[in-house]
Design a protein around this ligand. Structure first.
Ligand code: 4AD
Ligand code: MG
Length: 482
């Protein structure tokens, strides 16, 4: 068995003069004497002081940036600046060498773009240590939130035969031989000979299966990977991302909004309470990055201020129709500064519009509801037509400053006739979704749910600016490295 102490614990320890063993990766080695050692347990390094007179030259040469070592010695109070404790090493063992000529991480600031190219090593930087600790804490907080409220965690399938969003943005799953694809008489690919004897794809959302479970357990949530083959090369989109999808029976849109707001505040507070060191580091990081920008592009708030502000204020709630009114008469619309001008009711909102609403107009998270039916998914509950005869659905999108859409959800159409009519109109195959429709045939009830894009949450809480930096190995168009 390998015995070692975690650097995180030792940095807080006052057990001076006891013998300790640490194992980690060398960040720097100065003056043939001072090793800054990191083991990932925290962002901080412990200083290991070696006595170069008593260590073989050969060994000293192998203490290089990136090398894995084990060091044993006495924990002592540090006289040097910047640390309270250090280790006076009596022995050092090289566990894994790292050729300093080839190791790409130098003890200096690297750009995030460069680090993305070496994503397999970027965990070894303070920034990514902080980001992934926060990511972990947020995931844990989400489970805790739903567990405290008695929700059942469902694992919905990753491989499905349906398109939950009806948007056709799916990755196909097949074992067919592309060089010798079986064909039907009319020349189409013969999926009956495929692994599942039908066409299948990676899931875009666990919602449909989630609804089935909610109609038995009352309240469930999913937390799993989802896949979208949309060709969006942006700082907000991934082809593989994690989504949290609660679904609640006997709930309407109002309940849905409340659940979403409570959840967001709970998990942000959890991160603030449990990731102090990391968030302070990220706060400083963001502030320094901001200083490089021209005055008018700097953010009004620091990261911690922004998170606190989010906890302290109610999310603004308004309908799509009200939002259109605001956008229509907004300065950027009047002055034709929007790329997509808002001329009439029914327009789909682009991220420039969403950002105007949250960042310029309300300056806080906003919940938009009751969108036109035409721009939303088939499963959303149909409202009564408004005074002007326009058809809306009980949808909600939650928009966050700096992010845009954080959450998308709705009350579901629980009336079988309404639902099948809508599916017909939208060309959604009903025979494939017979099991989904069964919930409306047997004990249908009002229910609602939403999907939170986990990486967008991590983006918001860490203050990072590119979604590719908050998931370990991002998947996006033309990239599936690692
Ligand atoms: O709005 P979306 O497409 O909604 C659904 O999938 C519903 N089935 C959810 C539900 O009601 N149960 O996606 C939900 C959220 C978005 O608000 C966004 O945060 C995130 O998922 N999202 C993405 N995140 C990263 N990359 C992408 N390509 C994303 N597409 C959606
Ligand atoms: Mg959406």
């Amino acid at each position: 068995m390998i015995k070692r102490q975690q650097i995180k614990e030792l940095l807080k320890s006052t057990a001076f003069d006891t013998e300790v063993t640490v194992m980690g990766w060398v960040r720097t080695f100065r003056n043939n004497q001072f090793i800054a050692l990191n083991d990932g347990s925290c962002m901080g390094n412990i200083q290991v002081v070696v006595d170069f007179n008593n260590l073989p030259e050969e060994l000293l040469k192998r203490i290089t940036t990136g090398a894995a070592i084990s060091a044993t010695g006495k924990l002592v109070e540090s006289l040097g600046k910047g640390q309270n404790v250090e280790i006076k090493a009596t022995s050092v063992e090289i566990l894994g060498d790292s050729d300093p000529e080839k190791f790409p991480l130098q003890p200096k600031k690297h750009s995030l773009e460069f680090l993305r190219e070496i994503a397999h090593l970027r965990f070894r930087t303070n920034t990514f240590n902080a980001v992934f600790k926060v990511r972990h804490a947020l995931a844990f907080a989400i489970h805790q939130f739903y567990n405290e409220r008695g929700f059942v965690y469902m694992h919905t399938p990753v491989i499905t035969a349906s398109d939950a969003e009806g948007a056709g943005e799916m990755f196909k799953v097949t074992t067919l031989d592309f060089d010798n694809t079986p064909r039907t008489d009319d020349g189409k690919v013969d999926f009956s000979q495929d692994f599942f004897a039908r066409a299948t794809n990676l899931t875009v959302s666990g919602q449909l299966e989630g609804e089935l479970a909610a109609m038995a357990f009352g309240q469930i949530y999913t937390f799993g990977p989802t896949f979208r083959a949309e060709n969006s090369n942006t700082t907000r989109h991934l082809a593989e991302f994690w989504m949290i999808e609660p679904e609640v029976a006997f709930a309407d849109l109002e309940d849905n909004m409340q659940l979403a707001e409570d959840m967001m505040k709970y998990v942000i507070k959890y991160a603030l309470d449990n990731c102090k060191e990391e968030l302070e580091f990220l706060n400083t990081r963001l502030a320094e990055e901001d200083k490089q920008k021209p005055q008018n592009e700097r953010s009004e708030f620091g990261l911690l201020e922004k998170l606190d502000f989010c906890l302290a204020n109610e999310f603004e709630r308004l309908t799509y129709t009200e939002a259109i009114r605001i956008l229509k008469s907004s300065k950027p619309n009047q002055k034709k500064q929007f790329k997509y001008l808002i001329n009439e009711w029914g327009a789909d909102l682009q991220s420039e519009h969403e950002r105007y609403l949250v960042e310029k107009h309300f300056k806080k998270p906003v919940i938009l509801t009751d969108y036109p039916a035409d721009i939303k998914s088939f499963y959303m509950r149909q409202n009564e037509p408004d005074a002007e005869g326009r058809q809306t659905v009980a949808a909600m999108d939650i928009l966050f400053p700096g992010i845009g859409e954080m959450i998308g959800g709705s009350q579901r159409e629980e009336r079988l006739d309404r639902l099948t009519k809508r599916m017909e109109d939208m060309n959604i195959p009903q025979d494939e979704l017979w099991w989904y429709l069964d919930t409306r045939r047997f004990g249908s009830a009002p229910h609602a749910g939403f999907g939170l894009g986990f990486e967008r949450l991590v983006l918001f809480v860490t203050g990072m600016t590119n979604i590719r930096d908050v998931i370990a190995f991002p998947r996006f168009p033309k990239n599936a490295e690692f």
